[in-house]
Each structure stands twice: as structure tokens, then as C-alpha cells.
Design a protein around this ligand. Structure first.
Ligand SMILES: [Zn+2]
Length: 442
């Protein structure tokens, strides 16, 4: 018996995944009610019907998840691991919330042991919620990123993280300098980028906390390491936009601050992008940048309502982000729940409400899987069950709670069931999370 054969396994369940954006392609997804996924050496070998599998493999054994739904692991395109312990902090908008709650919490990550403990807790929360890949903020401390990647490596996860670059407008204990942020980030890139499944993101927090010199250093890193990511915040809150304009009077708006430092590129991911000017939308499109739509955070901090429809019209890459700790849940399902409500609320403020289309269930699950993978330029590796992709997937019990069970039993189409799942589901419906074909023990 060859070792290859020994590492092959078959899993029976219902399967659901996307090949394309459902807003673009009518046959964008595949749903196989009685299916078999074959995984070999941690990668997808095939996905077929149970009937076809029985014909070709009459004597093969399989792991049986009949009645359960398997889909690719969720992708979270914006989250802060150091903010785990301060989720659900009351009463402020962005800038006050940062000063009151976030910065004091992030100071604790100077201690590597503390960072390791929180990273372990954080990753387990992601996995319990079915999230298998995330784009993650560390703190200003390089050891916070070491701690994160060490833990992510233990779980063999595909994760992206970076050290915050921040040299002004924050407590002294959290400040680096333009020079040290360049040097520390460079060392971390050399140490971690593309090590196993790990990837690095150059991470200036946002325009307000970086000097023009530091943003230039971020641009220098992107030039020297062209396949790393750029991860930051953009136009989340009106006071933030005004403060940014005051700090950079020579710039033509918020996005232009980043543009002048050469940060706009195809692996740039901007979180929020709520209060954009018309020309900023165009610039984001021109540079093929990605946006992270973070509805629970945007509602929690009262930041505003992201214009998903506009991003779709311009064909800008979008993923969903939980943005914990301003976001209120690690669950991508709960994030999709709030995303739907954001699109509904936009109608209340629209000149022509009938022009606003509520987010569909299909589009929601696309954003959570293949859409998120495309936003992170990882769709060659994750996001669906195409042959050769890394076998990160989740087993969903869509009868996990009495209420969801009742609702599913009274749903007739796949879309109805998916919508009920995104509105009523959370970590309770995630029965198992598989990484590279193996169930994770939590
Ligand atoms: Zn954030």
C-alpha cells in the first residue's frame, strides 16, 4: 500500500461551495445533497455524488456526516487578536473607544506570555466559529506577532498577521518610530512570510497614528517585499476622516494619504471604507484594492453603513470582517446577519429606496468563503472545493438549535435555508472544523 493511499480519506455529507460570484454568474455555486469529498495529503482530490463514489469505490470506507452541511472554512478579512479581551466595551465612538479601551489593553502585549495566551484563546474562538483563515492585527510589539504566528503554526493554519506601525497619537508605551517600525517589520517578514501557511501584512494602524515618514517606510517595505499584504483602516468614522485631513493638509483626502506613500496595491486590504468620496472609490478600483466590510463593528461604534452595492457595481474585491474587538462576535454567520441589516438600513437613507437591494443569502455565503479568499488573493489555495485546494472546511449542523431546526424544517429552497442559517446561526451550528483535511481538537 502506498503512503499516498494511506493519506486519502472520504467524507460523506451535503456540500455547498462557490465557483464564482453569484451576482455575476447564475450558476455560481454547487450544492450536492448526497456527496463525497475525497481529501489526499491535506488537499481536495475530488468532490462527487455519493452514487458516483459508490460505483467507483465499492469497498471504500468513509466518515459519515449525512444530514450535515459541509462548506469551505470562513474567511475573516479584518480582526484584531489583541482586542479579544476587551470586546463589548460600552459607549464610545472610534477615537474615544481607542483611547479609553483599546490602547490600555494593547499595552499588555509587551509581555510575550500574555500575547501567547491571548493568541491561543483567539485562534480557538476562530476555529469554534468555523473561521479557518483571517487577516489579523497584532500590536506594536514584534513579540505579539511572534506569539500569534507560533500558535497559528501549531494549528497549521493559513493566517495573515502583522505588527502595528504607530509612531504618534497614542500612549508612549505603544509608539515605535518610523525607523524601528521598518526594521522590526522587515525582520518579521523574513522570519514568517510564506513559512508554512503563514503570510505577513505590513500594518500601519491608520493615518492618524503614523507620521508621513512612517507611512513612507510602510511603502518601502511593500516595494522590497512585493508579495506581502498592506492592512489598515480607512474612512471608518467622520471624526477620524476630519482629523486625518487636519494632520495631512497637503493631501487630497484620506485615501490620498495612503496613495502618497505608495500603499495602494493589489494586496492592500482596507477595513471599513464607509465615508468615501467618489474619486476614492475610483482609485480603489484602479489599484485593485480590497475592502473589509465589518457590519457588527460599524453598527456597534455607530460608524456608518458600508455601501456594498457600490463596491459590487465597481467590481471591487470585498470580504467580510468581524473586526473584534469593535465587532461584537467572532461568528461570521452573525456578521452576515448584521450585514443583511446594514443593506436594509441603507434603504432608510437612500434617495431612491427601491434602488437598494437587500443582501442575498447566496452573496452572503460567497463573501464569507470564496469572496473573502479573492479579497485576500488566496483563491488559488482556499475558498472552495476545487481539486488541489487546501482542505480547510467546516461541518454545519443546521438543526443545532430548536429554533433553527424548526425554521429549516419550514424552509423549502436552499436559499431559504442558508438565510435562516445566517440569521439564526452562530458557533453552536459549527459541529467540526477541519484543517488540511483533519478535524481540529479544541
Ligand atoms: Zn479594525
Amino acid at each position: 500500500m502506498s503512503t499516498t493511499f494511506a493519506q486519502e480519506k472520504h467524507i460523506r455529507a451535503s456540500f455547498f461551495h462557490f465557483m464564482e460570484d453569484p451576482n455575476i454568474e447564475s450558476e455560481a455555486y454547487q450544492f450536492i445533497e448526497h456527496g463525497i469529498l475525497t481529501v489526499e495529503n491535506g488537499k481536495v482530490k475530488s468532490l462527487t455524488t455519493f452514487e458516483a463514489f459508490q460505483t467507483s469505490h465499492p469497498d471504500a470506507t468513509f466518515e459519515d456526516y449525512s444530514g450535515k452541511l459541509i462548506m469551505p472554512g470562513f474567511v475573516d478579512t479584518h480582526i484584531h487578536y489583541p482586542q479579544t479581551e476587551m470586546i463589548a466595551a460600552h459607549g464610545e465612538e472610534l477615537l474615544e473607544w481607542l483611547n479609553t479601551y483599546t490602547f490600555p489593553t494593547e499595552i499588555k502585549f509587551k509581555d510575550k506570555n500574555h500575547a501567547s495566551e491571548v493568541a491561543d484563546f483567539f485562534l480557538k474562538q476562530l476555529l469554534k466559529n468555523g473561521t479557518t483563515t483571517a487577516l489579523v492585527f497584532g500590536t506594536v510589539h514584534p513579540q505579539s506577532v511572534d506569539a500569534f504566528f507560533e500558535k497559528a503554526k501549531q494549528f497549521n493554519l493559513r493566517m495573515i498577521c502583522g505588527k502595528v506601525m504607530m509612531d504618534r497619537n497614542a500612549p508612549d508605551e505603544l509608539l515605535d518610530t518610523a525607523k524601528s517600525s521598518y526594521e522590526d517589520s522587515k525582520k518579521l517578514i523574513e522570519k514568517w512570510h510564506k513559512k508554512e501557511r503563514l503570510l505577513y501584512a505590513v500594518t500601519p494602524r491608520f493615518a492618524i497614528t503614523s507620521s508621513p515618514e512612517q507611512l513612507q517606510e510602510a511603502g518601502r517595505l511593500l516595494k522590497e517585499f512585493p508579495d506581502v499584504y498592506l492592512h489598515t483602516h480607512l474612512s471608518e468614522n467622520k471624526a477620524e476622516v476630519e482629523f486625518t485631513k487636519a494632520l495631512f493638509p497637503e493631501s487630497n483626502g484620506y485615501l490620498d494619504v495612503y496613495q502618497q506613500a505608495n500603499l495602494l496595491q493589489k494586496r492592500a486590504v482596507f477595513a471599513h471604507a464607509i465615508h468615501l468620496e467618489e474619486d476614492e472609490w475610483e482609485q480603489l478600483k484602479q489599484h485593485d484594492c480590497s475592502l473589509a466590510f465589518c457590519p457588527t463593528s460599524n453598527l456597534f461604534l455607530g460608524s456608518g453603513l458600508f455601501n456594498l452595492q457600490k463596491a459590487e457595481e465597481l467590481n471591487i474585491r470585498v470580504g467580510v470582517g468581524t473586526d473584534v474587538g469593535a465587532g461584537t462576535s467572532f461568528s461570521i454567520l452573525q456578521t452576515l446577519n448584521e450585514a443583511y441589516k446594514v443593506t436594509q438600513l441603507r434603504k432608510a437613507y437612500a434617495k431612491n429606496p427601491s434602488d437598494i437591494k437587500p443582501l442575498s443569502a447566496l452573496k452572503s455565503f460567497y463573501l464569507a468563503t470564496l469572496g473573502g479568499a479573492k479579497a485576500l488573493h488566496l483563491d488559488h489555495a482556499i475558498g472552495n472545493f476545487e481539486t488541489g485546494k487546501e482542505a480547510d472546511f467546516i461541518v454545519i449542523d443546521w438543526k443545532a438549535t430548536d429554533l433553527l431546526k424548526l425554521r429549516i424544517e419550514n424552509s423549502f429552497t436552499l436559499e431559504e435555508k442558508l438565510f435562516a442559517l445566517q440569521i439564526l446561526g452562530d458557533d453552536r451550528v459549527i459541529e467540526e472544523t477541519f484543517i488540511m483535511g483533519n478535524p481540529v481538537k479544541l
